[in-house]
Design a protein around this ligand. Structure first.
Ligand code: NDP
Length: 804
């Protein structure tokens, strides 16, 4: 072809990245063992599997296919290493992590090529995005290792962590998992995805080069049914960190329920990409390219739903089609390629199946005129219009280069469409009106919101989901708490809460003889508390009451026996009170102070209740009431102080890490301190803007039901706190399985904790349970503070770039 002809066609020539060094490395290894205790070991079964190049379907190399015996060996190595690594000084851990970061930078080109070969993603992306972010993650967390003692006082590493990662960002997901874990003094066993184990194995060599102590990082390749399952169920693993599909996340939630394992889940998404009519449409087009054709659309936070304001829709779609016509699909190692290969033939088939389903459902498919390479797993960029919001292609995560477009007329409609999904991982908002964009951002249910940009990531800005996109954050300071626990937890006891022995009653004459009616020998006026739902005292649906007995076995009163219907009504009332989330923190603080004020004038009465129900002396009971008042003051104080932060990621702009309420929270209160325990949970939840359905201690529910009048007279908006008395475990189960409850805290028995964690999997609600272990609610470290506040919020990172 001569120059004239080139000018005529403007065809790209090939610009291949050389793979010779990587090919030589693969050849040299022939097959890889498992990386345990810094050694390469043969899998117990002697089985190996092939890792394929998705761009040509050819085998690259063989890797070990481990079984549960290998997982046992890796966990044992990690446990042994934990003894010293958890005690290794912060600065020493920071040095090791710095060494890892430096080695990754030195091997950056090698890792980029290897990742492209194994995964099929374009070299442009692995070179410019994946690998630099991997290095950044280790640098950033080297810093947290250095600062752990000062910045997380009182916290300890959780132990041995099992980490399971997907194939879409193989080395980046490894970095997101391993860096925070080892920075905080944990040791790890990591399972790479079956399709993409190779960069993890190269990383194992880097671990050796950096001289990390044996057993701190162990890498076990193999099938999900062998390695994944064994890790999840292993009794000596203290935490599971998982990224992958929501379905597998759900099954991991169920299998770890009640085990006491900490769990963080980063799951699927169907993220909206919202375009307002004042947006710069040419920038929007490039944004869409990055949103859905980045990594072939195999991105959990891909902007796969284009929501565009109706009056500019046609103009934008025409521009988009023109741009799609120019995209290049092909050899991932070609530097001029936009879209590489789909990771495997089975993923390709799944994309084809969903695309066919979209057409069958009546949506209009558009693809560019050119054809994809015939060898390997490729799929062209695809646009669907005429899409119904309820159709499967608008709801299901396709995980391929497929965009579905829908229109809206008003900002309110845009928000409704955006939130019309079970997921909540990310969103992108395009408008030249920053006021509009910043107004919309908090209304979208998603962990990351990008304004006039998309798919940008940084170690400083935590990443993770709302709703069925999972929980926990990776990156940021919030991500560290996924790998630590309060040191005092080690001394917790698992005893059943007891009431005081009856003789303490005798010590305190007042308990039996305080009532004036008793002195006058008049019968008491019946006062049976009902349930407290939507600001009203309502009869339980069952029409039955439960007797509450004092410590001497004599009846103290009755409470309503709530059931499933009452919980449903309470959840509905809590949803109806959602405006509480947008009340100013100053306003919420005033109400918490007011609750304290109204409780203080009745402190003797509340103390007496505690004495009657728990058999405690007057001094102890008053101490509980005073601690409750102090707690209310604490959360009134925190309301306008537990705020987000502003990050400066390496770009021209900021990320605003906002603390947002989770939504409707269930709170199951402990028995130990019927008033203090109840308020210690309800107060932080409402302080942060959540609305609550609370189940009081069944042993001593009257301390909570006595609060009805306090709440009624303290300007607390109706429905912010709803209280349903009754059989605790049964009611907790209804809350756990309720699709419209966003989080559930349960402080009861070990069996109850398991039931709650299992039940929560239906909508992946966040849970916080005590596994039957008691905490000292009087102690301000155990009974109040940031641990409670963190559990009451979810962090949303709003990315705001600067400049024209
Ligand atoms: P999976 O969720 O099945 O796999 C993710 C990781 O979990 C892999 O390491 C996998 O191992 C492992 N795994 C699978 N099942 C279990 C189990 N029961 N117990 C423990 N570990 C398990 O994703 P797929 O690769 O099958 O992809 C299917 C769909 O999931 C995609 O089409 C996409 O929609 C979604 N997905 C979402 C991702 C995200 O980032 N949110 C990432 C990847 C996929 P192995 O590789 O050996 O099967």
């Amino acid at each position: 072809m001569n120059v004239m002809e080139l000018f005529e066609t403007m065809e790209y020539g090939p610009a291949p990245e050389a793979a010779t060094t990587v090919q030589a490395w693969l050849k040299e290894h022939e097959r890889f063992g498992l990386f345990i205790e810094n050694q390469w070991v043969e899998p117990a079964s002697g089985q190996y599997m092939e890792s394929m190049n998705p761009a040509n379907g050819k085998a690259l190399v063989q890797v070990a296919s481990a079984s549960s015996a290998d997982v046992d060996a890796a966990v044992a190595a990690a446990r042994k290493a934990f003894k010293t690594w958890s005690k290794t000084p912060d600065h020493v851990r920071a040095r090791y992590m710095y060494a890892l970061a430096r080695q990754i930078q030195k091997h950056a080109r090698f890792l980029s090529v290897l990742e492209s070969l194994d995964n099929g993603k374009s070299i442009r992306e692995t070179r410019d995005i994946d690998i630099p972010l991997v290095a950044r993650h280790f640098y950033y967390h080297a810093g947290w290792a250095q600062l752990m003692g000062r910045e997380l006082p009182g916290y300890e590493p959780v132990g041995v962590v099992g980490q399971i990662i997907p194939w879409n960002f193989p080395l980046l997901m490894l970095a997101w998992k391993i860096a925070p874990a080892i920075a905080m003094g944990n040791t790890v066993v990591l399972k790479p995805a079956r399709y993409t184990p190779l960069t993890a194995l190269k990383f194992a060599e880097i671990v050796q080069e950096a001289g990390l102590p044996e057993g701190v990082i162990n890498i076990v390749t193999g099938e999900a049914s062998q390695v994944g399952d064994a890790l999840v169920k292993h009794p000596d693993v203290n935490k599971i960190a998982f990224t992958g599909s929501t379905e597998v996340g759900r099954s991991i939630r169920r299998s770890t329920a009640g085990s006491g394992k900490k769990l963080s889940l980063e799951l699927g998404g169907k993220s909206p990409f919202i375009v307002f009519d004042d947006a710069d449409l040419d920038s929007v087009v490039e944004g869409v390219v990055d949103a859905i054709w980045f990594n072939q659309g195999q991105v959990c936070c891909a902007g796969s739903r284009l929501l565009v304001q109706e009056n500019v829709a046609e103009r934008l779609l025409n521009k988009l089609r023109a741009r799609m016509e120019k995209l290049r699909v092909g050899d991932p190692l070609d530097k001029g390629i936009d879209i590489g290969a789909i990771v495997s033939p089975s993923q390709l088939q799944e994309i084809e199946r969903l695309v066919a389903q979209g057409e069958a459902e009546g949506a209009e498919k558009w693809q560019p005129s050119w054809a994809c390479p015939s060898e390997g797993s490729f799929f062209p960029p695809t646009l669907f219009t005429n899409v119904s919001p309820a159709s499967s292609i608008a709801q299901v995560e396709i995980f391929g280069p497929v965009l579905v477009a829908m229109t809206f007329r008003t900002p309110t409609e845009a928000v409704q469409l955006a939130n019309n999904t079970r997921y909540g991982l990310a969103a992108s908002i395009w408008s030249d009106n920053i006021n509009l964009a910043l107004d919309i951002a908090p209304k979208i249910q998603a962990g990351s919101v990008w304004i006039n940009c998309t798919n940008v990531f940084d170690a400083s800005s935590g990443f993770g989901g709302y709703r069925e996109s999972g929980y926990g954050r990776e990156g940021g300071k919030e991500g560290l708490y996924e790998y630590v626990h309060p040191g005092w937890e080690a001394s917790q006891v698992s005893e059943k809460p007891q009431r005081s022995r009856p003789q303490s009653l005798a010590e305190d004459e007042e308990v039996a003889n305080t009532s004036e009616e008793a002195e006058l020998a008049l019968p008491a006026i019946d006062r049976t508390p009902k349930l407290f739902i939507g600001g009203k005292q309502v009869r339980p649906d069952s029409g039955y009451s439960l007797s509450v007995k004092g410590v001497d076995g004599k009846p103290l009163g009755e409470v309503g026996e709530g059931n499933r219907k009452d919980i449903r009504n309470a959840v509905e009332a809590a949803h109806a009170a959602s405006k509480w989330a947008s009340a100013t923190p100053h306003n919420r603080a005033q109400i918490l102070y007011y609750i304290a004020e109204n409780l203080a004038v009745r402190e003797e009465e509340f103390a007496r209740r505690i004495m009657q129900q728990m058999g405690r002396g007057r001094k102890e009971a008053l101490q509980e009431v005073h601690a409750t008042l102090s707690r209310l003051f604490s959360y009134a104080a925190w309301t306008d102080k537990f705020e987000g932060v502003i990050h400066r990621p390496p770009m021209r702009g900021v990320t605003l890490a906002m603390h947002e309420p989770i939504g409707v929270m269930g709170v199951v209160a402990p028995d130990e301190y019927p008033l203090l325990g109840f308020i210690s949970l309800v107060a932080p939840a409402i302080a942060m803007g959540n609305t609550v359905v609370a189940i009081p201690s069944p042993m001593a529910p009257l301390s909570a039901t006595d609060c009805y009048q306090i709440f009624e007279t303290s300007d607390l908006p109706v429905g912010v706190v709803n209280i349903v008395t009754g059989e605790r475990e049964g009611l907790a189960k209804v809350l756990a399985e309720h699709e419209d409850v966003d989080a559930l805290w349960y402080f009861g028995s070990a069996g109850g904790a398991k039931m709650v964690e299992e039940g929560s999997a239906s909508n992946m609600k966040r849970t916080w349970v005590n596994y039957g272990r008691q905490r000292d609610w009087l102690d301000p470290i155990q009974g109040e503070g940031e641990e409670f506040l963190r559990a009451s919020v979810q962090v949303k990172n709003i990315w705001v770039p600067y400049g024209e």
